[in-house]
Structure formats: structure tokens, C-alpha cells
Design a binder for this molecule. Structure first.
Ligand code: SAM
Length: 197
């Protein structure tokens, strides 16, 4: 059943890709890279490889953008770096080079819940953060502040399960999978969250 569902989703993704000439970027922002332990950095890389796999299934591998992609990340990454979009510098620089002035930042600390009305932006940002020790609390809003300082309009949005962020898996690839489930497969938020649990 799962395979059939996935097959249907891929067919839909192909149609949607044809219908929408320009898919948004799904940016994983590595601004907080240096705050991670080596083990956590490995986890960030693993989750990013899974993000690439998800987008490749929808023929959108190149829509995965990784910003602040420094040398250490490139050495540790285990995905085809020539098939994704890499930017060494800040996210703001990347957005400006693409002419993007408004983004959705997926942020568990946001006041507003992500909705269909947010799907028209040209870039979604997920924090490239793994927090095994609870030492990186509230690091996602900092990404938003940095963007706003540079003049980018930031819609901070959270993903919830039955109204609460408790129960929403916070791995980077799971957040992307929930987002794609809603955008590409038309699932409602609760359904999309249940499907990655
Ligand atoms: N410790 C970080 C903090 O307090 O801001 C959270 C990091 S979380 C492991 C990794 C990323 O997943 C976040 O930066 C955010 O983009 C996304 N994320 C996790 N849970 C989310 C939620 N419920 N709603 C929206 N985005 C979420």
C-alpha cells in the first residue's frame, strides 16, 4: 500500500513539476554548524542525505540548497554535491543572488502554524540543527533574525500535531517530508505528521 501511495505521489509530482515552472528552494541553513559536536555534525549530514533522497524522488534534487556549506561539511557530506545547490556563504547572500526577498522559516518557536497560504514562497528554510544535548535551544529564531536584519521578509511558521508541536518529529528530513506531504500530496498537517512517525 505504501509503495502504491509513493508511486502515485511520484506521478503527481511529475505533473506538478510540469505545471509549476519553478519549484521553490528547500534551504537547509548551516549557520549553526560550528555549535555541533563531531557526532552531531555526522547526524546533520545523514539527515541532509535523506533530504536529498526525498527531493530526488520528486525529481527535485537540485532544489535542495545548503547554505553556509563550508569545507568540513563538504568533506563529511554523503550525497552527490554536484546534484544539489551549494552556497558557501550566508543564506541572505544566496537569496539575494536568486532575487528572493520573502521566505518561510520552519520554526518550532513560531506563533503561526504553516498553512497552504504559505506555499507560494520561492524558498523554505529549515535549520540545519541537530540538538542531542539540548544546547541549541532557540537557535532557529536566530536564523530568522539574521535574515530580517538583511531585509528579507520572514514568515516564521510551525508544524503542529493536533495543535501542538509535541509529537512532531524534529529531524531535518522529517520536517521536509511533512512539508512535501502537504505541498505535493495534498495531505493535511496531522496526516502528514502521522505518516512520518
Ligand atoms: N534546537 C532548535 C531550536 O530550539 O530552535 C531546533 C532544531 S530542530 C532539531 C531542526 C530544525 O527542524 C529546526 O531548525 C526547524 O527548522 C525544524 N523544525 C523542527 N521542529 C519543527 C516544528 N515543529 N515546526 C517547524 N519546524 C520545525
Amino acid at each position: 500500500k505504501n509503495l502504491a501511495h509513493r508511486f502515485k505521489a511520484v506521478i503527481m509530482a511529475e505533473d506538478i513539476k510540469k505545471a509549476i515552472p519553478e519549484w521553490p528552494y528547500f534551504i537547509v541553513d548551516l549557520m549553526h554548524w560550528d555549535k555541533h559536536t563531531q557526532k552531531e555534525k555526522g547526524k546533520v549530514c545523514l539527515q541532509l542525505a535523506q533530504c536529498y533522497g526525498l527531493l530526488r524522488d520528486y525529481f527535485m534534487g537540485d532544489r535542495l540548497a545548503v547554505t553556509w556549506a563550508n569545507e568540513e561539511f563538504r568533506e563529511m557530506a554523503n550525497m552527490p554535491l554536484d546534484k544539489v545547490t551549494l552556497h558557501e556563504g550566508p543564506t541572505t547572500e544566496f537569496l539575494k543572488s536568486e532575487g528572493i526577498d520573502e521566505v518561510v522559516l520552519l520554526d518550532p518557536w513560531a506563533g503561526e502554524v504553516l498553512s497552504e497560504e504559505d506555499f507560494g514562497v520561492r524558498a523554505f528554510i529549515i535549520g540545519g540543527i541537530v540538538d542531542t544535548g539540548g544546547t541549541k535551544k532557540k537557535t532557529t529564531p536566530k536564523i530568522g533574525e539574521e535574515l530580517e536584519t538583511a531585509g528579507i521578509k520572514v514568515r516564521r511558521r510551525k508544524i503542529v500535531l493536533r495543535g501542538d508541536i509535541v509529537g512532531v518529529p524534529d529531524r531535518i528530513n522529517h520536517i521536509l517530508e511533512i512539508l512535501l506531504g502537504m505541498m505535493v500530496e495534498g495531505k493535511d498537517m496531522d496526516e502528514a505528521v502521522y505518516d512520518v512517525q
